[in-house]
Design a protein around this ligand. Structure first.
Ligand code: SF4
Length: 355
């Protein structure tokens, strides 16, 4: 963030960590039952044992460490995190052992994401020990490390951390990939470049997931981020449509806009710069590709202009999940918000054709 009020370049960065008043009110109102109220993605239903989440047949999430180097307002798991850099964030040994042994009984799970909290806030030795355990499982062919440290704590990428992680990256046998989260081109700094290059020189790929908030949904902001990411060695990977979490309504963008961006702005870039995919994370189900018409359909428009989408659950192969109905943000309300931010909304007029 800029130290002084800037001309608005850091707006998306500020919005990421400074919550609006209604968000704070809702959080404090549900201080005691936040685990239930804010579990939008249904983590409780998709967690076979503590510390593991599984929404797809071949993929699982491992959450050994419960804090981050920053806490994002729109994070789907921030209700699980007590404090930034919480000293008691490490999962108890017995729980971790139990979670790791779950992989012995589920041999079809070969791609593991270690994530949020941020595994790179763990001590090198603790992270190394978990990787060592996972590497013993023959079926695990990829371990992804979900971390925002290249952005907010790039000095964390010491030679020792790179060595701790990269010794498990064995081409042809097992891939280690770093999945990070640059949200805005304004976050790309010389320090971040250095951290990314260190990781890449050790042979590991660095991929980016971004969240399509209203602040960064203005024309060409995401296209600029993709361009700058590639220039420092990061592959754009997913753009997440904001979830329907009520407390983050102020951040939300109509699905039509993410599709418009993908079609009209991203297409101006060379293919390598626009390799990512717009997705909608459906509760209990996971990613639906918004460009795939097979995954969702528009079923009605409400009197206030909100479009209602039905997301199909047919990728689910673990247990039956009903279709998910999503009431989107009214496009007109969204355009008015953009106008408040100084945008010429005539430039967005083809938005109505996207669904
Ligand atoms: S860094 Fe990632 S896991 Fe941590 S709060 Fe932000 S989005 Fe959530």
């Amino acid at each position: 963030m800029d130290r002084h009020l800037s001309i608005g370049y850091d707006h998306a960065v500020r919005a990421q960590v400074i919550p609006p008043p209604e968000y704070v009110d809702k959080m404090s109102e549900h201080r005691r039952d936040r685990e239930i109220v804010f579990d939008f993605m249904g983590e409780h239903d998709t967690s076979p044992v503590d510390l593991i989440t599984r929404r797809y047949p071949g993929i699982a999430i491992l959450k050994p460490f419960n804090t981050c180097s920053q806490i994002c307002v729109y994070c789907q798991r921030n209700w699980e995190i007590d404090e930034v850099l919480d000293p008691k964030a490490m999962a108890p040994k017995a729980l971790l052992k139990n979670a790791l042994s779950w992989f012995d009984k589920h041999k079809s799970v070969g791609d593991i994401l270690i994530t949020g909290g941020d595994p790179c806030i763990m001590k090198d030795s603790a992270l190394g020990a978990i990787l060592e355990e996972l590497a013993k499982r023959e079926q695990i062919y990829r371990i992804r490390i979900g971390t925002r440290t290249p952005v907010v704590l790039p000095m964390r990428w010491t030679d020792k951390l790179v060595e701790t992680i990269s010794r498990f990256h064995q081409p042809g046998r097992r891939e280690i990939a770093v999945i990070t989260h640059f949200e805005h081109a304004y976050e790309i700094t010389p320090d971040a470049l250095e951290a990314v290059q260190k990781i890449r020189k050790a042979g590991m790929g660095v991929y980016n997931q971004e969240v399509f908030t209203i602040e960064k949904s203005r024309r060409f902001e995401t296209a600029k981020l993709r361009l700058d990411l590639r220039s420092i060695g990061v592959d754009p990977y997913y753009v997440f449509n904001m979830k329907g979490k009520e407390e983050t309504r102020r951040y939300m963008v109509p699905i039509a806009r993410i599709l418009q961006e993908r079609k009209e702005e991203a297409r101006l870039l060379p293919g390598l710069d626009r390799t990512d995919e717009p997705v909608f994370n459906v509760p209990k189900l996971g990613k639906n590709h918004l460009r795939a018409w097979q995954d969702h359909r528009l079923v009605m428009i409400l009197p206030d202009g909100s479009r209602v989408y039905e997301f199909h659950p047919w990728e689910k192969n673990i247990k039956p999940v009903p279709p998910y109905n999503y009431i989107d943000v009214p496009i007109y309300d969204y355009l008015e918000e953009l106008a408040i931010r100084g945008e010429n909304i005539r430039e967005y007029r083809t938005i109505w054709f996207y669904y």
